[in-house]
Design a protein around this ligand. Structure first.
Ligand code: PLP
Length: 371
């Protein structure tokens, strides 16, 4: 029996351990926010944005950001049909209506032309998700959002460190959100970040994030609105500080893994993996393979074969509109078709070349069988 190969696993070194121990021992009283502030400061300078708020999750960050933009009942929010449920959940919680549009065939990110065609008088915002480390076509999307006077929100949970023509993913929209869940590029156990360059939006989210208490309010226990409790703890932030110090090596390892997969798998006719168009940098969060229709390789074959070999490969996101809470939007051809012939592959910092090659072997053995 081969040992189990997990999909994702954080890289924890002595640096992370020492930061966390320090926070547990001393991060109380006057120092109760020390690591939170440090993490936010470092994150801002890494990303190139003016404001950042550490949160308990990416979903929470998105919920507060959309709330601060005034999104609610009667409003439409456009997003890709291909998404994790976390991206649409806050839209639903706020009583707004999600409009699911198709993805592009090469980047698996939202199709700007389909976005424009879906805009109505009710549209308030577009949420663009940089899927699996791949970048959305931000130039077109920002242009559309400006022409129609819409907010543009970047869900950069999967693309920390990806760069679009000199700008980091998450730094280009009205606001951006990140996740530090254990499967993500860097982790705080659970956690997230809200970022923006807009001072008013920053203040609004800061107030919401602290149970509706405005910064600088001297009256004790005095909320001005009903807010949220979506704060990150000092201990989690300490872990985040250590991870952020190591982000360059973490990303470069992720890129090496993707590149080894690509070398072997893109050699096969018509097989496509995460793209990196000119002028962009893909931080390679999740190596994903899409097989051409002609090969007749299905998601079910892939899932069953990988599970037999004890390898935790995962299905490509089901279209959100295929879930029973929503109406099926089968006109989103790519979002419905691509997952049927795709798989997400393991890629964690400590993954050895032998393990990567054993993942590749499973795909080669399926190929030999379907031929
Ligand atoms: C992981 C993820 C989220 C949710 O992150 P949490 O921190 O778990 O809330 C949101 N959007 C996308 C695209 C994700 O991959």
């Amino acid at each position: 029996m081969i040992r189990k190969i997990p999909l994702a696993k954080p890289s924890i070194t002595e640096l992370e351990i020492s930061y966390v121990c320090e926070a547990v021992k001393n991060g109380w009283g006057d120092l109760r926010d020390y690591y939170i502030t440090l993490f936010e400061e470092r994150f801002k300078s890494y990303l190139g944005v003016k404001y950042a708020i550490a949160t308990s999750s990416c979903t929470g960050a998105l919920h507060m950001g959309l709330k601060a933009l005034g999104i609610g009942p009667g409003d439409e929010v456009i997003l890709a049909d291909t998404n994790w449920i976390a991206t649409v959940a806050p839209v639903i919680h706020l009583g707004a209506t999600p409009i699911f549009v198709d993805i592009l065939e090469d980047s698996w990110c939202i199709d700007p032309e389909k976005v424009e065609r879906s805009i109505t008088k009710k549209t308030k915002a577009i949420i663009v998700t940089h899927l699996y480390g791949n970048l959305c076509e931000m130039e077109k999307l920002i242009e559309i959002s400006q022409r129609y006077g819409l907010f543009i929100v970047e869900d950069a949970a999967e693309a920390l460190g990806s760069v679009y023509h000199g700008k980091k993913a998450g730094s280009m929209g009205t606001f951006g959100v990140f996740s530090f869940h254990g499967s993500k590029t860097i982790t705080t156990g659970e956690g997230g970040m809200f970022v923006t360059n807009d001072p008013d939006l920053y203040e609004a989210v800061l107030t919401l994030s602290n149970h509706g208490r405005r910064r600088g309010q001297t009256k004790q226990f005095w909320p001005e609105t009903v807010g949220f409790k979506y704060k990150m703890s000092n201990i989690q932030a300490a872990l985040g500080c250590a991870q952020l110090e190591r982000i360059e090596v973490i990303i470069s390892k992720k890129r090496e893994i993707l590149s080894l997969y690509k070398k072997h798998l893109e050699a096969l006719p018509g097989v496509k993996m995460n793209p990196e168009p000119e002028g962009t940098f893909n931080s390679a969060w999740m190596p994903t393979v899409v097989f051409p229709k002609e090969l007749n390789i299905t998601r079910e074959m892939l899932v069953s074969e990988f599970s037999k070999k004890n390898i935790d490969a995962r299905v490509f996101f089901w279209p959100l509109s295929s879930l029973k809470m929503f109406k099926p939007a089968k006109y989103n051809i790519n979002a419905w078709d691509i997952p049927r012939r795709a798989i997400c592959l393991p890629s964690y910092y400590d993954m050895g070349d032998d393990e990567i090659l054993s993942v590749i072997d499973v795909i080669y053995s399926i190929l030999r069988r379907v031929k």
